[in-house]
Ligand binder design. Structure first.
Ligand SMILES: O=C(O)c1cc(=O)[nH]c(=O)n1[C@@H]1O[C@H](COP(=O)(O)O)[C@@H](O)[C@H]1O
Length: 285
């Protein structure tokens, strides 16, 4: 028997946050080039200042912050400590945090990743984590269960924003379905009956144009659709209706460099995020 979630499910908390604060996720991606343009050294001190500034500027006003783990991991344990503090402080200030770790492994190891990101009391405890389904969707089961038990969410890569993703994600299985369509279908089953929507999201790039439609991959999964690719990767708010069609109201657009390049000023970051959120809301309503 599965245990009852300890708190309101992630899907409900995300819906409320998007309704209250606008549909925007800002990625915390401390690229070396951004550290340089903010006048910071490419070291742990620079990483800490950059991250603290973004959290201070935005955690009390955007729906979601999404730190990209790789940019912290590259500094080893001290970088990961910066990530831990950022996750805790952002959540404390009212933002939901999706840790972008893109994990995926055999089921027994997946359980350990789930414990790292989705189990209360873990130093990296987040509201949700990104995962990769390419060891098989069934291998993600421990992450889905741990998320459910802790009121957390999981975002599964379905149709990624980069051009290289197509060779795997558009491949057809024996039943003729594209891999991405199978991922979306499984998520739809996981979210069945959840209100206002479920806690298991898909990642679908804002850069994809009519790809989902041509692939026959319906995007309505009764769950959130994390949409990176706006700004630095070339997509814009006005592209969203074409990609997402009637699923637009479930879209959580994600922007990293497109907001971060406005730093290091706190007010400039806030203004950039507010402008983005307003524009995105216009095309998603
Ligand atoms: O899972 C993600 O967040 C993700 C999936 C995807 O398909 N494409 C994608 O760009 N991302 C992440 O979203 C962020 C995009 O950053 P910007 O291009 O600077 O907005 C990066 O951290 C990527 O790793």
């Amino acid at each position: 028997m599965s245990r009852a979630p300890a708190r309101e499910p992630f899907g409900a908390r995300l819906r409320a946050a998007m309704d209250a604060r606008g549909p925007l996720c800002v990625g915390i991606d401390p690229h070396p080039s951004l550290l340089a343009s903010w006048g910071l050294a490419d070291d742990v001190g620079g990483l800490e200042t950059f991250t603290r500034t973004v959290v201070e500027a935005l955690a009390d006003r955007v729906a979601v912050l999404k730190p990209q783990s790789a940019f912290f991991e590259r500094f080893g344990s001290r970088g990961v400590a910066v990530l831990e503090r950022a996750v805790a402080e952002a959540r404390g200030a009212g933002a939901l945090v999706i840790t972008d770790a893109k994990r995926g492994d055999i089921g027994s190891t997946m359980a350990a990743y789930a414990a790292a990101y989705l189990e209360k009391g873990s130093p990296l405890f987040s509201d949700a984590v990104t995962v990769s389904p390419y060891l098989g969707l069934g291998a993600l089961r421990p992450a889905l269960e741990t998320a459910r038990d802790n009121g957390c969410g999981v975002f599964v890569l379905a149709l990624t924003s980069n051009p290289e993703g197509a060779e795997v994600q558009h491949a057809r299985g024996e039943d003729g379905r594209a891999v991405a369509a199978a991922v979306l279908e499984q998520l739809r089953a996981e979210n069945a009956g959840a209100e206002p929507f479920g806690s298991f999201g898909a990642v679908v790039g804002a850069t994809l144009g009519d790809v989902p439609e041509r692939l026959g991959a319906p995007l309505a999964i009764n769950g959130p659709l994390l949409a990176p690719g706006i700004g630095a990767q070339g997509a814009a708010a006005e592209d969203l209706p074409r990609v997402f069609g009637t699923a637009a109201s479930h879209v959580l657009p994600s922007v990293s460099r497109g907001v971060l390049r406005h730093g290091p000023g706190v007010e400039a970051l806030r203004a950039a995020a507010a402008t983005q959120a307003e524009e995105l809301a216009r095309f998603l309503s």
